[in-house]
Write a protein that binds this ligand. Structure first.
Ligand SMILES: Nc1ncnc2c1ncn2[C@@H]1O[C@H](COP(=O)(O)OP(=O)(O)OP(=O)(O)O)[C@@H](O)[C@H]1O
Length: 298
């Protein structure tokens, strides 16, 4: 198991940040940790990396307890904190060199991470001269220096322009081919672009832990169908699993079903049995952003 979190609760004074949180991330998975501002994402990541301790519960990284085996955990884990703290006055290579010496990483690894993170053209620049996207690369390079098996990335693309965003996502994907990645974000699109699975947190509680495909499929099915003639919505009620039929203009109807079984052939049969022709028929997927809002609102 890459990451295992068991019943973690965390308070800052009276403020509860995490409430009995449990989830796991399998070896080699890229899992998105999604939640609105203040949901508890950074708190969870700081607990996983041993920066802060929970009031209750335990976390394990590749089977090592964060509480009892922190040295082993530090070897296994690379961490990009939310505000990517860098020594701006240092040169890129110098900074990585400095970290490599602290962590007793062989020198040849510096060249490897520079190449892996696409920093070669910027390696001899001062960090303060770099764009935000390249600074993130430096942060990721730093997290990768000791070749950890698990990467924890706290909002790795926040504040990047659209081009930088795509570049950093591609880098994360590339790194994710070999490592377990747990990354936080408050952008659903990010999860769609990078992750197979998503854990959604709201107000310190896990509200969803699902594969993305299941998350999309778990919602009601909506079909948009245009007939060649008007149909009474009452007649449409005869369709099995129908929740609602709404005329959205002309002979166009939006049909909601309480099943994930594809209902298009049933609609086709309905048209045939009622002497209607279908001019268009397609499935409308619920926008994941809408789903996220539903799960985290209030
Ligand atoms: N050091 C702290 N002292 C007191 N309260 C804190 C501290 N750090 C976080 N909190 C509170 O704990 C809750 C969870 O915060 P956390 O930073 O973990 O959320 P987040 O999901 O990472 O948010 P964001 O997306 O804004 O970074 C918030 O209500 C926050 O105000």
């Amino acid at each position: 198991m890459g990451i295992e979190v068991k019943n973690i609760t965390k308070y800052y004074g009276d403020q509860q940040a995490l409430n009995d949180v449990s989830f796991s991330v399998g070896k080699g998975e890229i899992v998105g940790f999604l939640g609105p501002n203040g949901a508890g994402k950074s708190t969870m990541m700081k607990i996983l990396t041993g920066y802060i301790t929970p009031n209750k519960g335990e976390a394990f990284i590749n089977g090592n307890s964060v509480k009892d085996e922190i040295k082993k955990v530090q070897q296994e884990i690379g961490y990009l904190p939310e505000h990517n703290p860098l020594y701006l006055e240092m040169y890129v290579r110098e900074y990585l060199n400095f970290l490599a010496r602290i962590h007793r990483v062989p020198q040849k690894r510096i060249a490897e991470v520079i190449q892996l993170t696409g920093l070669t053209p910027e390696a001899n620049k001062k960090i303060e001269q770099l764009s935000k996207g390249y600074r993130q690369r430096v942060g990721i390079a730093a997290a990768l220096l000791h070749d950890p098996k698990v990467l924890i990335l706290d909002e790795p693309t926040t504040g990047l322009d659209p081009n930088q965003l795509v570049e950093i996502r591609n880098l994360i994907k590339k790194v994710g081919e070999e490592k377990t990645i747990f990354l936080s974000t408050h952008i659903m699109q990010e999860v769609e672009a990078l992750c197979e699975r998503v854990v959604i947190i709201n107000k310190g509680c896990i509200v969803t832990d699902k594969k993305l495909a299941d998350l999309k499929g778990s919602e009601e099915q909506i079909l948009r169908v245009e007939f060649d003639y008007r149909v009474e919505t009452v007649a449409l009620q005869r369709l099995e699993h129908l929740l609602e039929a709404v005329n959205v203009g002309g002979f166009l109807y939006e049909l909601s079903f309480s099943t994930t079984t594809d209902m298009r052939s049933a609609v086709f049969d309905f048209a045939h049995d009622n002497g209607l022709k279908i001019l268009q028929l397609h499935q409308k997927h619920e926008n994941l952003e809408e789903l996220f809002r539903k799960l985290t609102v209030g």
